[in-house]
Write a protein that binds this ligand. Structure first.
Ligand SMILES: NC(=O)c1ccc[n+]([C@@H]2O[C@H](COP(=O)([O-])OP(=O)(O)OC[C@H]3O[C@@H](n4cnc5c(N)ncnc54)[C@H](O)[C@@H]3O)[C@@H](O)[C@H]2O)c1
Length: 340
């Protein structure tokens, strides 16, 4: 809804707007007219209403508008000609996103986890990074020696407990955690080994559940904390031969919703990020031919695969003050993949 103050301002700017505002003082339905027009009105450099935009007709004293498709065309034109972002400061200097001095545990130091660790390390976060595979940890500690590293098996409750204890012993608390572990087992459903299906659930869902509840137990006495799981577009879309992975990622997204609801009053906020396909170790060998790769690309409206860097903004959002009222969500970072 447009406020009367905005409407009066628009009326001062142009005769066409004044006509619309005068109409607004008639019965309440007219407010709807201005409400629908408001994105358009604000997008005009000269403040004028497009005659097509305000085209309506009278029906029992009601004014209706026929403009939905028109709006999107006009908006995109506007975005090309007038920059929307005017703040020249990099986002991470905004106090809402500051992470300096926080303690964060990252579980999984593969393609995505590695990038998230570097991003947070650059922002002065006290970091503990754990993975099943010590090789990826070595690469990380060689590059950033101040990061605490260790091994963990997320499918073992004892191993998770030891990891949390070690992190608390080092930093005293855990403000946030990112779970970037995962396994991808694919194949035709009828011949997929049941062990592959079980392992997908064991690591991607049961591991995430055990990790979340041990973290919540640690975070609750601190007054709360943030937990972020990496889900996938497979939480939502279906792909042939992805039965095990998709079932596990959909399960993870729903798990996040339930736990978020259960722990919201304790200040423990849980969310998931749903990336589209990225070139990491996990996806090596996914495509048997260039044709299959091109086919996978063709269903991403932005025309490229995800890169680890694409997750930076949403990770900072979900771990920082900026995300203080977001819980239970899976935020898709997917170039539009889930729209197709
Ligand atoms: N790469 C993609 O295309 C893609 C797309 C969407 C979502 N994801 C998800 O992002 C997350 C990170 O994937 P990635 O692309 O960085 O893959 P990756 O293979 O590079 O990293 C996954 C990491 O998880 C670790 N891991 C596996 N099982 C473990 C266990 N039991 N205990 C502890 N660590 C374990 C592996 O050692 C590896 O380092 C995963 O959850 C994945 O499903 C990946």
């Amino acid at each position: 809804m447009v406020s009367p103050a905005f409407a009066d301002g628009a009326a001062r700017n142009s005769p066409a707007a004044a006509t619309a505002v005068a109409a607004m003082r008639r019965p309440i339905v007219v407010n709807f007219v201005i409400s629908v027009c408001s994105p358009y009105v604000t997008s005009q450099s000269n403040g004028e209403l497009d005659p097509v935009c305000v085209r309506g007709f009278s029906l029992n004293g009601t004014i209706c508008i026929v403009i939905r498709t028109k709006l999107s065309v006009k908006r995109s034109k506007f975005e090309k000609t007038r920059p929307i972002m005017t703040n020249p400061e990099p986002v991470f200097t905004d106090p809402l996103f500051v992470m300096q001095g926080k303690s964060v545990l990252i579980v999984g130091s593969g393609g995505f986890g590695q990038h998230i660790a570097k991003t947070l390390s650059e922002r002065g976060v006290n970091l503990a990074v754990f993975d099943l595979n010590p090789n990826s940890l070595k690469a990380l500690s060689d590059e950033a020696p101040n990061i605490m590293v260790g091994t963990v098996d997320i499918s073992s409750a004892d191993s998770i407990a030891a990891m949390i204890d070690a992190t608390i012993a080092r930093f005293g608390r855990i403000d946030g955690a990112v779970n970037a572990t995962g396994v991808l087992r694919t194949g035709p459903a009828q011949s997929l080994p049941i062990a592959d299906f079980r392992q997908s659930l064991e690591v991607n869902v049961t591991g995430a559940f055990e990790l979340s509840r041990q973290l919540a137990t640690t975070m609750t006495p601190q007054g709360g904390g943030r937990i972020v799981h990496i889900a996938s577009v497979s939480s939502l879309v279906s792909n042939e031969e992805y039965a095990a992975y998709s079932a596990s990622k959909a399960g993870l997204s729903q798990l996040v919703r339930v736990l978020a609801r259960e722990w919201a009053s304790q200040g423990v906020l849980l969310n998931a990020i749903g990336p589209s396909m990225a070139d990491t170790d996990m996806t090596q060998g996914t495509f048997s031919s260039e044709e299959k790769r091109a086919q996978a690309l063709s269903v991403i409206p932005m025309g490229r695969f995800c890169e680890a860097e694409d997750l930076t903004g949403v990770v900072l959002l979900l771990l920082s003050q900026a995300g203080c009222y977001i819980t239970g969500q899976t935020i898709f970072v997917d170039g539009g993949r889930t729209l197709v």
